[in-house]
Ligand binder design. Structure first.
Ligand code: TLP
Length: 343
């Protein structure tokens, strides 16, 4: 039985075009700055997001960590959303490596309100307290169900941050999902942050790789941290080659993933025994709450029938659409969910 894998968009496999690009890529030693394919990808990424420079890293986690290390130093604080990937899922890297304190603010949708950020700022002249260095936002917001920040919401946070001298980092692991959902260029969204990370290895289909983009001075610092953390890769052009294919050909198709997620959400809403708001599904992440089963029971029973999804904790099951999922898989997934809920 071939499973329908909706655990994450990270499970996607490289396309034939990516495999061919890897095979034929011009390579060099990127630690010497000599890999032409990496150099090209970094230039394309920076220009696409309207920033001066970019650095290729293995993972979104490393891209976020480098960003926080560049924005803040030991004893300083970075404001984050309480359900953000940085706060929940990155093993406290900024605290361990950088001595940086994270300040989590709870929200309903994953979108920080300007008054929350303003209220969380530390006084500069109180020697008891850490000093506020930056705000990190997540777009789309993963644990809240792929929530897209509107340009106005981004502008509002950027304005509070800048008025107080704070840096802004955007964890845009799924930034292109946000851009496609809004029908705008990703650069318009990136303009509200100083640094932006995005992943090649999620909906864009690459096997590995993320980029951090921002001002040259910050990216130069980020490169030093990358080296220290062991992220200086050599003939990384094999990865970058896939990234170039992805930025060229895989962005527009994210709209298919969004359509499939919406169909899935509408179908799930028809079933007894689940709580779900299909109108909240605007990108590729669907979150549901089984009302009569625990999330863990739902996930185990679905897996036994060939549907893989994730127990997100707190009673929530997450299903993510991606490159390997079409209308047939959505239809079959709904049949399995129906059987699980009826059993
Ligand atoms: N998210 C993964 C898991 O870690 C939860 C997933 O399956 O969704 N920022 C955001 C918003 C993310 O969702 C992720 C990965 C990352 C950063 C980290 O990226 P990687 O896995 O490349 O370190």
């Amino acid at each position: 039985m071939i499973a329908i894998d909706l655990r994450s968009d990270t499970v996607t496999l490289p396309t034939d075009a990516m495999r061919e690009a890897m095979r034929t890529a011009d390579l060099g030693d990127d630690v010497y700055g000599e890999d032409p394919t990496v150099n090209r990808l970094e230039a394309v990424a920076a220009s696409r997001l309207g920033k001066e420079a970019a650095v290729l890293v293995p993972t979104g986690t490393m891209a976020n960590l480098l960003a926080l290390l560049v924005h803040a130093r030991a004893g300083q604080e970075v404001i984050v959303e309480a359900d953000s990937h940085i706060f929940v899922n990155e093993a406290a890297g900024a605290s361990v490596v950088g001595g940086i304190q994270l300040r989590p603010l709870p929200t309903v949708r994953g979108v920080l309100e300007p008054h929350q950020v303003a209220g969380a700022l530390r006084p500069r002249d109180d020697s008891h307290q850490p000093t506020s260095a930056a705000v990190a936002i997540e777009n789309t917001h993963n644990r809240k169900g792929g929530v897209v920040w509107s340009p106005a919401e981004l502008a509002a946070i950027a304005s509070v941050a800048r008025a107080s001298g704070l840096g802004v980092h955007m964890d845009g692991a799924r930034l292109f999902n946000a851009a496609v959902a809004l029908g705008v260029e990703a650069g318009r969204l990136a303009a509200h942050a100083d640094t932006v990370s995005f992943c090649l290895s999620k909906g864009l289909g690459c096997p590995v790789g993320s980029l951090l983009v921002g001002p040259t001075e910050q990216i130069v610092q980020a490169r030093r941290w990358r080296k220290m953390l062991g992220g200086g890769m050599r003939q990384a052009g094999v990865i970058a080659a896939c990234g170039l294919v992805a930025l060229d050909t895989m962005v527009e198709r994210l709209a298919d993933d969004h359509r499939h997620a919406r169909t899935l959400a509408l179908g799930l809403a028809e079933l007894p025994g689940v709580t779900i708001d299909p109108d909240a599904v605007t990108t590729n992440i669907v979150c549901l709450r089984p009302t009569r089963l625990s999330a863990a029971t739902f996930v185990a029973a679905a897996e036994a029938r060939g549907l893989l999804c994730l127990d997100e904790g707190q009673g929530v099951v997450r299903l993510v659409t991606h490159l390997g999922i079409g209308p047939t898989e959505i239809e079959r997934g709904l049949e399995i969910a129906e059987a699980v809920l009826a059993a």
